[in-house]
Design a protein around this ligand. Sequence first.
Ligand code: ADP
Ligand code: MG
Length: 211
Amino acid sequence: MSTAFSSLSLPPALLSNLSDLGYQQMTEIQTASLPLMLAGKDVIAQAKTGSGKTVAFGIGLLSRLQVDDFTTQALVLCPTRELAEQVSGELRKLARFQANIKVLALYGGVPMASQVASLAHGSQIVVGTPGRVRDLLSRRHLDLSRLSTLVLDEADRMLEMGFAEDLAAIIGTAPRQRQTLLFSATFAEDIQRISADIQREPQRVTVKAVH
Ligand code: ADP
Ligand code: MG
C-alpha cells in the first residue's frame, strides 16, 4: 500500500515539482517519516540506501526554510564527498520549484577558497562532510546560529569513520532549538547514544527492506 505525496499538506509548487520529478507515491520511509517531520518532531530512522531518505529529509527541511533569509538554516552531514555531491544534487532538484534557494556542498580534498566564497554569498542549505564543515566553522566562514534543521545521513558510517568528535564539535555550535533528523542503517548502541545526546523526544521509524 502506498500513499501519494498530495495527501501531505505541502505547497502546491513543491507538489507539482515532485510530480515533474516522477515522484507521486511515497516510499515506505517517506510515508512513515514525513508526517512526523512536517509536525516538527525529531526523527531517528533506520533505512538503507535507495529507500528514499534524501527525498524524505529534503521535503522536511524545505518545509521549514525561510526563503528570503540567506543564512544557513539546514545542515546535512554525511560521511563522504560522493554522498555530499549526490545529496546536494537531489536537494537542488527538489528545491527548484522555488527561486533563491541555494544548496552548497562542502567536503575536503579540494581547496577551501571557492567554498569560502560560496559561503560568503549565503546558502540556506549546506551539505557536507564533518571534517570540512568543522574546519569552515572554526575559521568562522560558516555560521550555524540560525540553523533550524540538522540532518545526520548515514550516521552509522560517520561514527565508523571516526567522525564522532567532529560531529560533537559541529552540533555544539548549533542552536538547541532545532529539528534533528538522524538516519542510520542500524540502531546500534553508539547510534542510540548520539540520538539521546542530540535529539529531543526522537520518534523512531524503521523500514525493513527497500520497497
Ligand atoms: P536514499 O537517500 O535512501 O539512498 P534517495 O532519496 O536518494 O534514497 O532515493 C533513491 C532513488 O529513488 C533516487 O533515484 C530517487 O530519485 C528515487 N526516489 C525517491 N523517492 C521516490 C518516490 N517517492 N518515487 C519514485 N522515486 C523515488
Ligand atoms: Mg541517497
